[in-house]
Design a protein around this ligand. Structure first.
Ligand SMILES: [Zn+2]
Length: 135
């Protein structure tokens, strides 16, 4: 459950803000669990903040090989220090990305959501493609 989903349901759950952190999934875990691919082995993960130790465990188990982050503002905190040590121990690269532009504008007027030819296909692993040719 994402932070936003919890916030929307906060009233129904009768949770106080300090307790929400115990039931949310961070964006990294949400991205891995809800990926639109067979798996994320050898993939790169782009994140705004350097992942915490809890996300690092999932990232390592998923097979992701590189982390590209924008901010390391929690770099002095134990969860981030632990995450860096875990990534270094298993050889997951991590590097900071400094955007050249402060904004990205997506012009949705160029996209026709009803035209399936504009939607990219779901990626699959090559060895899982069942190629049968009529002979
Ligand atoms: Zn996290």
């Amino acid at each position: 459950m994402s932070y936003e989903e919890v916030k929307r349901k906060e009233h129904a759950l009768h949770l106080k803000e300090d307790r929400i952190k115990y039931i949310i999934c961070h964006a990294e875990v949400n991205a891995i669990l809800n990926k639109n691919a067979v798996n994320v082995k050898n993939c790169s993960l782009y994140v705004a903040l350097f992942p915490c130790n809890e996300c690092a465990k999932v990232i390592i188990q998923s097979g992701i090989k590189e982390i590209i982050y924008v901010s390391d503002k929690h770099g002095h905190k134990k969860p981030t220090i632990a995450a860096k040590r875990m990534f270094d121990a298993v050889g997951i690269k991590h590097r900071q990305y400094t955007p050249k532009n402060k904004k990205i504008v997506i012009d949705f007027s160029e996209i026709d959501g009803h035209d399936v030819n504009q939607i990219p296909s779901t990626p699959v692993e090559n060895d899982e493609i069942d190629v049968k040719q009529d002979v």
